[in-house]
Design a protein around this ligand. Structure first.
Ligand code: GDP
Length: 184
C-alpha cells in the first residue's frame, strides 16, 4: 500500500509506532521479519525513513499499525522530533552481543521522553539472542533496566525468528488497551 492510498477506510483505527536504537542492532531485520508477505515496505525519502503497515485484529477491531524505521539515519544523529511525532509506541532495540548498544539505551530513552508522547508504550528489545557465544548483556540486565524504567521487555532473534511477532503484537495490544480506555 502506498502512502497516498486511503488507508483509513478498511480499518477501525490507525496508529504509528517507531523503531529506535543504535545502528546495526537489527531494527530493519526485525521489521522485515515481521512484515513477511503481509507487509509491504515503503519509503519516504524526503524524511529519510522507511515504514511498513500491518493490519491486526484486536478483539473486534481492525487496527492498522504503521511502523517506522530509521533507514540508517540514526548513524548521523539525524533522527528529529518529526520521527517521534504522533507515535503511540516505540520498540527500543539493543544488541545482546554489543555492550555499547545497551549502554546507549538510556540516551535513546531520554530522547524518546523528550520528543515522544508521555503515555507511549515502550518495549525494550535485546536482539540477536541467537548469538549466545558472544553475549555481552545478560537477559537479567535487560529485564531489570526495563522494570526500573517501566518498559516491557523481550529478547528476540530476527535471524531465527524468535519472539519477533510477540514483540510487535504485545505492543499493539497495549496501545489498543490504552486507546480504548481513553475513548471509554
Ligand atoms: P539496523 O541498522 O538496526 O537496522 O540493523 P540491521 O537490521 O541492518 O542489522 C544489522 C546486522 O545485524 C545485519 O548484518 C544483520 O544481518 C544482523 N542481524 C540482525 N538481526 C540479527 C539477529 O537476530 N541475529 C544475528 N545473528 N544477526 C542479526
Amino acid at each position: 500500500m502506498l502512502m497516498g492510498d486511503s488507508i483509513d477506510e478498511e480499518c477501525d483505527y490507525l496508529f504509528k509506532a517507531v523503531l529506535i536504537g543504535d545502528s546495526g542492532v537489527g531494527k530493519s531485520n526485525l521489521l522485515s521479519r515481521f512484515s513477511k508477505d503481509e507487509f509491504r515496505l515503503d519509503s519516504k525519502p524526503t524524511i529519510g525513513v522507511e515504514f511498513a503497515y500491518r493490519n491486526i485484529k484486536v478483539a473486534d477491531k481492525l487496527v492498522k499499525a504503521q511502523i517506522w524505521d530509521t533507514a540508517g539515519q540514526e548513524r548521523f544523529r539525524a533522527i528529529t522530533s518529526s520521527y517521534y511525532r504522533g507515535a503511540l509506541g516505540a520498540i527500543l532495540v539493543y544488541d545482546i552481543s554489543a555492550r555499547q548498544s545497551f549502554e546507549n539505551v538510556r540516551n535513546w530513552l531520554r530522547e524518546l521522553r523528550e520528543f515522544g508522547n508521555s503515555d507511549m508504550v515502550i518495549v525494550l528489545v535485546g536482539n540477536k539472542s541467537d548469538l549466545s557465544q558472544s553475549r555481552q548483556v545478560e537477559e537479567e540486565e535487560g529485564k531489570s533496566l526495563a522494570e526500573a524504567e517501566g518498559l516491557c521487555f523481550m529478547e528476540t532473534s530476527a535471524l531465527e525468528n524468535v519472539n519477533v511477532e510477540q514483540v510487535f503484537l504485545d505492543m499493539v495490544y497495549k496501545i489498543h488497551e490504552i486507546t480504548r480506555q481513553k475513548i471509554l
